[in-house]
Design a protein around this ligand. Structure first.
Ligand SMILES: O=C(O)CCC(=O)C(=O)O
Ligand SMILES: [Fe+2]
Length: 302
């Protein structure tokens, strides 16, 4: 059995223990209503040093944290996944400042602001119909170590759309935008002719906005994209979370945007360290898995 499947089995067991603790009863509803939810999980008391060079620590070195996070994601009703070309196929991503990647705009970067974005925005949004794998429905970030003044901020998509006219929203629904694959992917590619917004059958919008990685295909769409970008930087729309040790935030990746401000890494092994897991509201069809040996690893063909 591969590492992801082993971890998932343990997580399912842990999910039941967490459920019967009664602590997390309302979390699923809060996530659905607010777009994000913050909770607390038990983490390992003896943590190894933050992996600033490799960006990787074995699950066996952080067993409580890894299993509690996965168990909690399952408790929220999510199916954990990872994407081809990212994170070596492992479900848990270590969000740490890595030596040499200070200026990278990714979960391994540090010194630059990571502006509002949706993770993996080049894939298929909820409700869209095509062959691509689904954009993650949720992200969960569990804090193992924190540094002063580093916030993960969440913005609601609807708060941005409130500032746009109907005509402007229509322009963003047209397939006239190019999305670059984020820096965390091994291969840098881009995909053309995508809409930035999609309206679901429930009347709610989802987005693939990524401040650093989208551009308009022609000048006709430039000004609305600029307006969206400006609105996304309005601090009044941001809920800034200074996650404490053991706190976990889960947010709807398509109905919100998230950001992280720049910070100075210490590179002494006590640097900021979050664990990240992507979730889908439903397990997807086998055809999206890279191969049948791991039913968590999605292909990212575009
Ligand atoms: O470091 C954070 O708080 C967020 C990082 C992030 O955007 C990500 O890992 O997708
Ligand atoms: Fe992100």
């Amino acid at each position: 059995m591969n590492t992801n499947s082993e971890l998932y089995l343990k997580a399912i067991q842990r999910m039941n223990e967490l459920r019967f603790s009664g602590e997390y009863h309302e979390d699923r509803e809060v996530l659905a209503n607010k777009g994000f939810v913050v909770s607390e999980l038990k983490i390992d008391s003896n943590l190894p040093l933050t992996p600033i060079r490799t960006g990787f620590t074995k699950n066996s070195e952080i067993p409580e944290s890894a299993i509690n996070l996965l168990g909690y994601v399952c408790l929220l009703g999510m199916y954990p996944v990872v994407y081809q070309g990212e994170n070596d196929g492992r479900l848990i991503r270590h969000v740490v400042p890595r030596v040499g990647l200070e200026t990278q705009i990714s979960s391994y970067g540090s010194s630059l602001d990571f502006y509002p974005h949706v993770d993996n925005p080049d894939l298929r949004l909820r409700g869209e119909v095509d062959f691509r794998s689904p954009v993650p429905d949720t992200l969960s970030l569990l804090c193992l170590r924190q540094q002063d003044n580093v916030a993960t901020s969440i913005l609601k998509l609807d708060d941005i759309l409130d500032e746009l006219s109907e005509e402007e929203i229509k322009l963003l629904e047209e397939a006239e935008f190019t999305v670059n694959r984020p820096a965390s992917f091994e291969k840098q590619e881009s995909i053309d002719k995508l809409p930035l917004l999609f309206k679901g059958d429930d009347g709610l919008y989802v987005s693939r906005f990524d401040y650093h990685n989208v551009r308009a295909s022609s000048p006709k769409y430039d000004s609305v994209l600029e307006k969206f970008k400006r609105a996304s930087l309005d601090p009044k729309k941001w809920v800034s979370l200074y996650l404490k040790l053991g706190q976990v935030v889960t947010f709807d990746n398509q109905r919100t945007l998230h950001t992280r401000n720049g910070f100075k890494p210490k590179f002494d092994g006590n640097d900021r360290w979050l664990l990240r897991v992507f979730g889908l509201f439903e397990k997807c069809h086998d055809k999206y898995f890279l191969d049948t040996s791991c039913k968590h690893h999605l292909h990212t063909k575009i």
